[in-house]
Design a protein around this ligand. Structure first.
Ligand SMILES: [Zn+2]
Length: 390
C-alpha cells in the first residue's frame, strides 16, 4: 500500500448479506479490523501508577525508561488490570517488551524473565482509590477494579458531567470537557444539576466574555426539552447505556415509577439482567442521586415520556398477537415493534395457533414460513401493514 497503515478492515461484499447480518449496538457484524503485527522494543519498568477514569475504573499505568518506538518516544504504557499484571508476573525494575499497535497508548506485551535481577519486588494492585481513598471494588464478571464513590470522587464527577452533556445524552454543545474541568476547579459545577444554576456573571470573565457566557447558559437551558429516555441515559447509571435507557423509559414511563422498581420488576424488561437491575436499584437508593434528580426536575427536565409517547396511536391492532419476521425496507424492525405496541397490538416472538398474523419482510426463514402455512396464518407485507394503520 502506498500509505502508512496499521491494518486493514475486512468486509462482507454482498450488500444483501450485510443487511441480514445487521449491527450490534456498537458496530456492524459484517466488518472486522485486522491489525498488522506491531513494532516491539525492550525497556525498563520504573514504577506503576494508578489512574481513575470517568466510570471509576482504575487503570494501572507502567512508567518506563523512555524508549523510541514507531517514531515516538514512549515512557508510559497501559497495564489493563490486575489479572494482566499477574499474568505477566510483573516486577518493578523488570525489562519489559512494549508494542504500539493501532492504539495511541502503547502496551506491555511481555517480560524478559531470563534477565531479571534478584530481589525485585512484584507489582501489587492498590486497594484504595488514589483520588478519594475509597476501598476499591470488583464487580462479578468484570476484570477492572472500580472506585465505588461515584458521587464524591473527582474524576468520576467530571466524567459524569461530560457524559451528561454528550451528544447522545443531553446534547449540550455550548460547553466541552475543558470547560467542565475549569468550572469544577472553580467550584461552579459539582454535579449535573449545578449546570442549570450557572449564571452568566459567574462565567463571563468580568464582562469580557459576555456573549459566550450567554451562549453557554442558553445552550444549557435549551436542553430541558430533551426527551425522557435521553435524560435517563444522561444520568449515567452504571451499565445503563443508550438502548437500556430507552427500554426502561418505555417500560416504566416515568422516573417516579422507575425509582421504586424492585429488581424483580426490572428484570421483567426484555434486555435487562440482574447486573443492570441491581445497578439501577443502587443508583436510586443513593441520596445524592435522588437530590440531583429532584433539582433537575425543578429545572424543568423531562422526567417522564411525553403525552404523545404515552398515548396509544390507535386501537387498530387491539387483541392481535403479531410476529415480525424477515428484513424490511421502509422501517426498522424496532420501529415496527413500536408501531404495533402503539396501536394496541402485542409483539410475540414465535409462531403459534394464537398468532393473529405475521408481518413478513424479505428473506423470511423457511421453517417459519412452513409453520405459518401449516397453521394457516396470514402473512402481511410491510406496505399492507402500513395501510392497515393509516
Ligand atoms: Zn475515588
Amino acid at each position: 500500500m502506498p500509505v502508512a497503515t496499521d491494518g486493514i478492515v475486512l468486509k462482507v461484499n454482498s450488500l444483501r448479506q450485510q443487511q441480514q447480518l445487521g449491527f450490534t449496538a456498537k458496530s456492524p457484524r459484517w466488518a472486522i479490523a485486522y491489525k498488522f503485527k506491531a513494532e516491539r522494543v525492550c525497556t525498563r519498568l520504573n514504577e506503576v501508577t494508578f489512574q481513575v477514569g470517568r466510570t471509576g475504573a482504575v487503570t494501572p499505568v507502567a512508567n518506563m525508561e523512555p524508549v523510541l518506538l514507531a517514531g515516538t518516544t514512549v515512557k508510559r504504557a497501559t497495564l489493563n488490570n490486575e489479572d494482566f499484571i499477574r499474568s505477566l508476573d510483573l516486577h518493578i525494575g523488570d525489562n519489559v517488551f512494549v508494542e504500539k499497535g493501532g492504539e495511541i497508548i502503547p502496551k506491555i506485551v511481555g517480560v524478559d524473565v531470563n534477565h531479571r535481577s534478584p530481589n525485585l519486588q512484584p507489582v501489587h494492585f492498590i486497594s484504595n482509590c488514589p483520588e478519594c481513598g475509597s476501598p476499591l471494588v470488583r464487580y462479578a464478571g468484570e476484570a477492572a477494579y472500580y472506585c465505588p464513590n461515584d458521587t464524591g470522587c473527582p474524576p468520576q464527577i467530571k466524567g459524569r458531567i461530560e457524559h451528561f452533556i454528550a451528544r447522545k445524552a443531553m446534547n449540550i454543545d455550548s460547553i466541552g470537557p475543558e470547560t467542565i474541568d475549569d468550572y469544577f476547579r472553580r467550584g461552579i459545577v459539582r454535579n449535573v444539576a449545578d449546570l442549570y444554576e450557572i449564571r452568566t456573571e459567574q462565567i463571563n470573565g468580568d464582562g469580557t466574555r459576555q456573549k459566550s457566557a450567554q451562549k453557554i447558559v442558553k445552550g444549557i437551558q435549551d436542553s430541558v426539552s430533551t426527551p425522557f429516555e435521553r435524560v435517563l441515559f444522561a444520568l449515567g447509571i452504571r451499565f445503563v447505556g443508550e438502548t437500556t435507557a430507552k427500554l426502561l423509559a418505555k417500560h416504566f414511563k416515568s422516573i417516579d415509577a422507575l425509582m421504586v422498581a424492585t429488581p424483580e420488576q426490572l428484570v421483567e424488561v426484555e434486555g435487562v439482567g440482574t447486573v443492570i437491575a441491581e445497578s439501577v436499584v443502587r443508583f436510586f437508593h443513593d441520596e445524592v442521586n435522588l437530590n440531583i434528580i429532584e433539582r433537575l426536575r425543578q429545572h424543568g427536565l423531562q422526567m417522564s415520556l411525553n403525552a404523545e409517547q404515552q398515548q396509544p396511536a390507535s386501537d387498530k391492532l387491539a387483541g392481535k398477537n403479531i410476529v415480525i419476521s424477515g428484513v424490511f425496507e421502509q422501517h426498522s424492525r424496532d420501529e415496527y415493534k413500536e408501531m404495533i405496541e402503539r396501536n394496541g397490538g402485542k409483539n410475540v416472538s414465535s409462531i403459534s395457533s394464537k398468532t393473529s398474523f405475521i408481518l413478513a419482510g424479505a428473506n423470511m426463514g423457511p421453517s417459519k414460513m412452513q409453520k405459518a402455512q401449516q397453521l394457516g396464518i396470514d402473512m402481511i407485507d410491510e406496505s399492507a401493514f402500513l395501510k392497515m394503520l393509516e
